[in-house]
Design a protein around this ligand. Structure first.
Ligand SMILES: Cc1ncc(COP(=O)(O)O)c(C=O)c1O
Length: 484
């Protein structure tokens, strides 16, 4: 048996490369990243693609090794280029962020050292670091000492964890689920609905509260709906407010909603996945007044802190509510239970084994300092105001409300054309060009163009290019010209 074991050890030895091979892999990866970063200013924000990318499906996951340079070349030439380019400053679609190199280095170090970041006993360093980041976000929101939270993979998971905590804090039993009511507007992100479904609350009633002309929840209607529901024997349970809605970027009246939720004894959840980190700016702080009254808040560092995808955060006013919803016990982990003031993420979240996520956030905050993030966020707010003003004055264009934060709704409306058709074509031509990418949405049934300015690399130059392209493509369509 010993001989067989040694034979297998030898056959598997490639998995632990010799020093020289390790060095080669690292320098190949480093060259890849260097080439990638050097070309970012010239990379398109969107690259149309055909189904040749699907041929990767036919690539065998074979028994034999393939040289690393060949494989990295495939990633560089075939995997990375097609589609949306989130690192481009020209990306103004959905909710961008950009991605920071220092965060990518954090990921690399986290994976290379492979700390077990979920349990204090296993990696106190990783857990303390995550706890520090959570405390920083609690302070940002305005929470007291009882607050806590955790780093999730993204906003959807963070919202889901909040819904579960709200469900269990209210002590809801399955037989009550169909009489439970959740209040939000049609601007709430669809992940809230999904979170309710995953939490077993598919049958819970979603009450969509009317919005004012700027798409903000009308608190008066919220109050009326709650009273009406109580009268009808239903159980008002939770209100979800937007702190930067995805579609239009608006912020619900958080302080008014907070007061209503407190009076009516509802769980108050704020989805600040997009807007939360604007709290770092004075403008954001005043726009988000009342956020600290919420029972739970979601913020996405992979949006507002410009990190690469893979980091959302939930902070909660009473950390105990998370612990009660997610505590577990497992005999095989008995020796990992040690007394500590620091909560292990595994005890307050649905995950156990997980990536050492804290490093990808901690490293850039430490290396660059918070002031640089604040400046970049202020720049985005000003860019949004600037582009909104420019679009409002651009002949042939009309804009939605002045942005609260950095999402702008607009469309081209030259006389005598079907606006939906025209804007669909305008958008298609912009995507074909690829230097700037933005997305579209429907507002009151109308096809609208939508800019979200949050990439760390979106600056005045990209905005000028956007305005130039919009003018050019509009003229091109009106003159019956063809896109290049
Ligand atoms: C307001 C809001 N909430 C939640 C989400 C979902 O977050 P994620 O995509 O990180 O899961 C998004 C995503 O854009 C969002 O904008």
């Amino acid at each position: 048996m010993r001989e067989k074991i040694l034979e297998l050890q030898k056959a598997a030895s490639a998995l632990e490369p010799e020093t020289e091979d390790q060095h080669r892999y690292r320098s190949q990866a480093d060259d890849f990243v260097r080439r990638f970063y050097e070309t970012i200013p010239h990379q398109k924000a969107y690259r149309r693609f055909d189904d040749s990318v699907d041929k990767l499906l036919d690539e065998p996951i074979g028994e034999e090794p393939i040289p690393s340079d060949e494989i990295l070349h495939q990633v560089e030439s075939r995997v990375v280029p097609p589609g949306l380019n989130p690192v481009s400053g020209g990306h103004m679609g959905y909710i961008p962020g950009g991605g920071l190199l220092t965060s990518a280095i954090g990921d690399y170090l986290a994976a290379a050292t492979n700390r077990y970041a979920s349990v204090y006993f296993s990696s106190p360093g990783a857990v303390v670091l995550e706890t520090r980041l959570v405390r920083w976000m609690c302070d940002l929101v305005g929470y007291g000492d009882e607050a806590g939270g955790y780093l999730a993979s993204g906003g959807s998971m963070a919202n889901m964890t909040a819904v579960v905590a709200a469900r269990d804090t209210a002590g809801l039993e399955p037989q009550q689920f169909s009489s439970v009511v959740v209040y939000m507007t049609r601007q709430a992100h669809h992940c809230v609905d999904r979170a309710l479904n995953i939490a077993g609350l598919k049958s819970a009633r979603r009450r969509f509260i009317g919005m004012d002309e700027r798409y903000r929840m009308r608190t008066g209607e919220l109050i009326e709906a709650i009273r009406e529901d109580r009268k009808n024997g239903l159980k008002p349970w939770m209100v979800v407010a937007n702190a930067g809605s995805t579609d239009t970027g608006v912020i619900d009246p958080l302080d008014e909603i907070a007061e209503t939720a407190r009076r009516e004894e509802l769980w108050f959840h704020v989805d600040a996945a997009y807007g939360g980190f604007f709290l770092l700016t004075d403008e954001g702080k005043s726009l988000l007044k009342g956020i600290g009254e919420a029972d739970s808040v979601v913020l996405d560092p992979h949006k507002g802190l410009f990190l690469p995808y893979g980091l959302g955060a939930l902070v909660i006013k009473e950390r105990q509510n998370l612990a009660e919803a997610h505590s577990y016990s497992a005999d095989y982990m008995q020796d990992a239970r040690i007394d500590s003031k620091i909560p292990s993420p595994a005890d307050i979240s649905p995950e156990l084994s997980r990536h050492f996520r804290g490093l990808r956030m901690w490293l850039p905050l430490k290396i660059h300092g918070v002031a640089a993030f604040r400046a970049s966020l202020r720049e985005k707010l000003l860019l949004a105001k600037y582009v909104w003003q420019e679009l409002s004055q651009l002949e042939g264009f009309e804009t939605g409300p002045e942005p609260d934060l950095s999402v702008i709704i607009f469309r081209c409306k030259p006389p005598g054309v079907d606006p939906d058709e025209f804007n669909r074509e305008l958008h298609r031509r912009l995507v074909d060009d690829g230097r700037i990418f933005f997305s579209t949405t429907r507002i009151n049934g109308q096809f609208m163009l939508r800019l979200a300015i949050l990439s760390v690399r979106t600056h005045l130059g990209e905005i000028d290019l956007l305005l130039k392209l919009l003018r050019e493509k509009m003229t091109e369509i009106l003159e019956g010209g063809r896109a290049e």
